[in-house]
Write a protein that binds this ligand. Structure first.
Ligand code: PLP
Length: 380
């Protein structure tokens, strides 16, 4: 099956008891057994629930994995990967990460004795020099939130395979429509399914997908043993979202490119961060690994460098909504330093380039003309 067909049919079956075309929402905590321990594969919904299983099979299918796991949030999915580690283990992570991931690493797991190194993954020598016997996990987001930095997944996977280190990719921004990390050699794909997979800003959910069965078992055990699973209603919503992922992503890419080009030509705008622009420092990596397009996330700064101008712009928007989150059908705008990335200490933010005049747009699937007109009036 090719990708678009997989979004609709991948891992899906009609309901065996009624023939229902869509998987029902199995709103149940437990399942009747014929005799102690004799059941139809379902015992208790923390372990497995048929609606969640349908979503998990869909996730595995679209990411070209063997096993999908659905979580109560993206961070619960990341947290499950961290449960594979022990005190003393070391993690090498990209230096530009979703604020909540950074917060979990530095304010929860650092206290458990896990050591984190944050590094620009494009500095291959620096990255290699940090790998030692204690290194157990490499964590990469590409493109990153909010600076759209890319990491070369295939190149990193070569190194992690050689050193026997697990390699996880947060694929939230790209989605498997644009980029398939498991095909490029990564071991774990993580998603905030709250974003493009769900696609309608109506659910909080997370996902992990792996190719290796044994690793899938280990992660499922950690999920089952600690309990961050996704409920049946929310599983249904994400599954429903995935069925139109390919249609939405196509329009997100078209609109994202148009907005990025418009911003690039505007005198009030200094830098536009979008992987599809030839000026993007990792444009070559984007062309190589983002097979379906460059997505709908665009960040930019102002020529004035002025925080007040960025705030005024955000207040003036009418079609774009000023809100955290991204990846829904509607366009959203965000001020990372004051909103999504406020949990990163200011000196660290400045060091990686999250300045006070940085604005991040999640370009939706409306008419591009209306979005550009909105940006134009808000800048004026
Ligand atoms: C939102 C987000 C997360 C966290 O996911 P939640 O569903 O909010 O827990 C992780 N990574 C990226 C890139 C995100 O955008």
């Amino acid at each position: 099956m090719k990708f678009n067909t997989k979004t609709i049919h991948g891992g899906q079956h009609h309901d065996p008891s009624t023939g229902a075309v869509m998987v029902p929402v199995y709103q149940t905590s437990t399942f009747a057994q014929k005799s102690p321990g004799v059941h139809g594969g379902y015992e208790y919904s923390r372990a497995a629930n048929p609606t969640r299983t349908a979503l998990e099979d869909s996730l595995a299918s679209i990411e070209n994995g063997e096993r999908g796991l659905a979580f109560s949030s993206g961070l619960a999915a990341t947290d499950c990967v961290m449960k594979l580690l022990k005190p003393g283990d070391e993690v090498i992570a990209m230096d530009d990460l979703y604020g909540g991931t950074y917060r979990m690493f530095t304010r929860i797991y650092q206290d458990y004795g896990i050591v984190f190194h944050f590094v620009d993954m494009n500095d291959v020598e620096k990255f290699k020099s940090l790998i030692n016997d204690k290194t157990k996990l490499v964590w990469v987001e590409t493109p990153t939130n909010p600076l759209m930095k890319l990491a070369d997944i295939e190149a990193i996977a070569k190194i992690t395979k050689e050193k026997n280190v697990l390699f996880a990719v947060d694929n939230t921004f790209a989605t498997p429509y644009l980029q398939r990390p498991l095909d490029l050699g990564a071991d774990i794909v993580m998603h905030s399914a709250t974003k493009y997979l769900g696609g309608h800003s109506d659910v909080i959910a997370g996902a992990l997908i792996v190719k290796d069965k044994e690793l899938g078992e280990k992660l499922h055990f950690a999920q089952f043993a600690t309990g961050g699973t996704l409920g049946p209603q929310d599983s249904y919503l994400v599954l429903r979202g995935i069925k139109t992922l390919h249609l939405r992503m196509q329009r997100h890419c078209e609109n994202g490119a148009k907005v990025a080009e418009y911003l690039e030509s505007h005198p009030k705008i200094k830098t536009v961060y979008y992987p599809g622009l030839e000026k993007h420092p990792q444009y070559n990596i984007a062309k190589k690994q983002m097979i379906g397009g460059f997505g709908g996330m665009v960040s930019f700064t102002f020529t004035s460098g002025d925080k007040a101008e960025a705030i005024k712009f955000l207040e003036n928007l009418k079609v774009f909504t000023l809100a955290e989150s991204l990846g829904g059908v509607e366009s959203l705008a965000n001020h990372p330093a004051l909103m999504t990335h406020a949990s990163i200490p200011e000196p660290k933010r400045k060091e990686i380039g999250i300045t006070d005049d940085l604005v991040r747009l999640s370009v939706g699937v409306e008419d591009a003309e209306d979005l550009i007109a909105d940006i134009e009036q808000a800048l004026a």
